[in-house]
Design a protein around this ligand. Structure first.
Ligand SMILES: NC(=O)c1ccc[n+]([C@@H]2O[C@H](COP(=O)([O-])OP(=O)(O)OC[C@H]3O[C@@H](n4cnc5c(N)ncnc54)[C@H](O)[C@@H]3O)[C@@H](O)[C@H]2O)c1
Length: 330
């Protein structure tokens, strides 16, 4: 039974804490959040302890592992504190917004033999797992092209956007990770375009809301990512993989599979599952299971800080390409 502390009682911290509490192989010891009564009210719901001091909670002897669901600029310091205290870590994406800081963190984790998993949850979605299994089984031959459509239902708040690090590091970072994972190779060249078609005032944060990225690996495999902060019909998450012997696709998820045909509609169904907390509910649970299994067995972490670093590097290259209008060597 892994004894777990969850740091951060916001949107993602609540999900992780509830999943830990419900997991038969884990025990939720406490949740920590230094602000307001977020930790106390979450702890109340989940029957665990609460704390306003994340660092003291990390150090407790009855905590084996720490889940970090705090704002991005706190990830590295909390992660390193946990590693130095001998705790296994599951840390939310992105690892940081600054690649130099991320590289220094990787070095320190390695020096301390730290056990850290990056929380790229989409890899653990049942459909994504099936895509990877089908590729591994050779069912579509050699991968040639990966096409990723990733659209949010609407813009987040301005307060969120102000601290997000921009669309490439905050949102497309998931897709960069999925691209690497599905291509099976790291991209070596990248081109991106970025626009403000949803909210022109994003100039205030030097940010964009609508982007396209094209990437190529050393063997010539290609990837296209299209990403928008607003799709009026809901959260749109699709993959298409073309191989030498076929193609794989996944569909968006809905509450039920019922379709309706009337005078005014053809094939109308339930709305798409909105938003990430609903769409990826299984993925968050599977991700936690994978973390617990890796910690308990001592096997390699299924997603590493290096994966977090590589996705961040692609995000940085995409921003550079979008700003300069040139292809960037990764
Ligand atoms: N993997 C995913 O699908 C996913 C989804 C959403 C957010 N995230 C990531 O999770 C992180 C948190 O995002 P969110 O949307 O939950 O934010 P949020 O603002 O809803 O919650 C963050 C919480 O952390 C608390 N906090 C701040 N500093 C802290 C500290 N030092 N120790 C403990 N708690 C602290 C805040 O008070 C807040 O309650 C971000 O890095 C974000 O990129 C990942």
């Amino acid at each position: 039974m892994l004894r777990v502390a969850v740091l951060g009682a916001g949107r993602i911290g609540k999900i992780h804490a509830a999943n830990v509490a419900a997991n038969p192989n884990a025990k939720l010891i406490a949740v920590a959040d230094p602000f307001g009564n977020a930790a106390a009210s979450l702890a109340d719901q989940l029957s665990c302890e609460s704390s306003l001091e994340p660092t003291s909670l990390i150090e407790r002897d009855d905590v084996d592992a720490v889940v970090i669901g705090t704002p991005t600029d706190t990830h590295v310091s909390l992660m390193l504190h946990a590693v130095a205290s001998g705790k296994a870590v599951l840390c939310e994406k992105p690892i940081d917004l600054d690649i130099t800081k991320a590289d220094a963190a990787l070095h320190e984790i390695e020096r301390l033999n730290g056990r850290v998993m990056l929380a790229f949850n989409r890899r653990f979605d049942p459909s994504a797992q099936q895509l990877r299994r089908s590729i591994d089984a050779g069912s579509i031959g050699d991968v040639r092209q990966v096409i990723i459509t990733s659209r949010d239902p609407g813009l987040p708040s301005r307060e969120y956007l102000k601290h997000s690090g921009g669309i490439f590091r905050d949102m497309v970072i998931h897709d960069f990770d999925m691209a690497r994972w599905l291509l099976g190779e790291d991209p070596v060249e990248l081109m991106a375009t970025a626009s403000r078609l949803v909210d022109p005032t994003l100039t205030d944060f030097d940010d964009f809301d609508t982007v396209m990225v094209q990437m190529r690996t050393a063997t010539g495999r290609q990837c296209h990512i299209n990403c928008c902060r607003e799709a009026v019909y809901g959260y749109d998450q699709r993959f298409e993989i073309l191989g030498s012997a076929g193609m794989l696709q996944n569909e968006n998820l809905r509450q039920t599979t019922v379709r309706r045909w009337t005078r005014d509609e053809t094939e109308a169904g339930d709305p798409l599952l909105n938003f990430f907390l609903e769409r990826y509910a299984d993925a968050y649970r599977n991700e936690l299971n994978a973390f617990i299994a890796a910690v308990e067995s001592g096997s390699p972490m299924p997603v590493t800080p290096f994966d977090g670093r590589q996705a961040l590097r692609l995000a940085d290259c995409a921003l550079e390409s979008a700003l300069t209008g040139r292809a960037v060597t990764v």
